[in-house]
Design a protein around this ligand. Sequence first.
Ligand code: PEP
Length: 265
Amino acid sequence: MKRKKLIVANWKMNMNLQQASILLHRLQERIQIHKDIEVVLAMSYLHLQPLSLQIDRRKFRQAAQNAYYDDHGPFTGEVSFSMLHDLVHYSLVGHSERRVKFNESLDDVRKKVASAFRNGVTPILCIGEQKDEHLRLETKQVVHDQLSSALLDVTPEEVAEMVIAYEPVWAISNGNDYHGHDIATPDDAKEMATYIRHQIESTFGKYAANSVRILYGASVNSENARAFLDADGIDGVLVGGASLNYHEFSGIVNAAYRSLHGIGV
Ligand code: PEP
């Protein structure tokens, strides 16, 4: 089964509207239309509507970074998936920063995945182990538990549509500086993609396992992207810090093109 490559930018809580608009402009100048690569920009709620008027839809899709699971009601300050329905194709769900800094529980993540599907938004489910769990060699157990809990309420057809991003939390840079951080290797990414696909297959069957796209994320930049994109079972990357720099991010999309067409190494 041929799965389309997927490159996702996570802009996090960065840039005012003018800065985001300039970044989008620069990306649109540099990134070509690739029919076999999908490029997604996960931006602040504030930027979704205005940038929807600027974005070249042949090149990019918009995503939210989070949303609330109830559709409406007394939830001051929240934005629901039902409100995002017409605006975004995707939403990140369960990013480690939400789990750790905003105490998102396994149950919250499960409800968000279900709510995203209910409202026609495709979830990009983020899973991955913390540093202490990594050091205790609990990676697979943690990923297994996060995945099985998040997918409790979804069908095999929905799993086939969705995206799972494996992000080892200890390797996320949280910024633009890649030096001095631990980095996972493409072999680690491949091993976890295989593990995740097996788990999906045993619960949801072969079709879901062969269709679901699995991304790697954590400190990906234009230099190391190719090695991750070449790893077996990895369908793309989720990029934080480097997505704020148009040279870096367009370099990563270019690496995906070269990986797909076996150009250079
Ligand atoms: C992330 O937080 O999803 C991420 C991948 O960040 P970075 O690329 O900065 O490690």
